[in-house]
Design a protein around this ligand. Structure first.
Ligand SMILES: [Zn+2]
Length: 193
């Protein structure tokens, strides 16, 4: 059975992330299926958003830090990068959530960012990138996303977005069709350090 890590950036998005969780839960009840959600701190701005986060945790998915404001890290001072990550971690900590690691906004990285991430007390100490892009952030349709998902290889890390309705639709048809042939795992199962 191939193992794939589904990852959802820019979480949470009220009304969409819930739907994605519904689909994953539904699939999970038939034998397990976990994902990783990368949280953007300033999106946690309502009771509903907090409720989604608690639900992500309760369902056993993994949670990563995707900065506070989705700023471009390459343009920030080290101090500001630290602040972006710390603020999100603090808010999540109050919700009883510890993050597994960081995926920088736009996946930006350089030597300075790598060094900084290496110093953080997280399970994964390097930027958590992806191997397959669903292109849901650049207008891919549900059919196109489903096709991309179908062609993923064992060990792939798939980038999706927690606000994409097309991704929600794609997951529904993909899991219905291929769910039994693939094991969906948390990112920490594919990235070991
Ligand atoms: Zn993002």
């Amino acid at each position: 059975m191939k193992k794939i890590a589904l990852t959802f950036d820019d979480a949470p998005e009220c009304g969409v992330t819930d739907q994605i969780l519904d689909i994953l839960d539904q699939y999970g009840s038939q034998g397990g299926g976990k994902a990783t959600f990368f949280i953007q701190g300033n999106r946690i701005n309502s009771r509903h958003a907090i409720w989604i986060l608690k639900r992500i945790k309760r369902s056993g998915h993994e949670i990563g830090n995707h900065s506070w404001s989705h700023a471009r890290f390459c343009e920030l001072s080290s101090r500001k990068i630290w602040w972006e990550l710390w603020k999100t971690d603090c808010l999540l900590f109050f919700l009883g959530i510890r993050t597994v690691g960081v995926r920088t906004p736009y996946g930006e990285q350089n030597e300075r960012i790598e060094k900084l991430l290496g110093k953080r007390r997280t399970k994964i100490k390097k930027n958590i990138l992806w191997t397959i892009h669903s292109h849901d952030s650049s207008g891919a349709t549900a059919e196109e996303i489903t096709k991309t998902l179908k062609h993923t290889e064992d060990g792939a890390i798939v980038l999706c977005h927690a606000w994409s309705r097309e991704t929600g639709k794609a997951l529904e048809s993909f899991l219905g069709e291929c769910g039994k042939e693939i094991e969906f795992v948390k990112i920490s199962e594919l990235i070991k350090e």
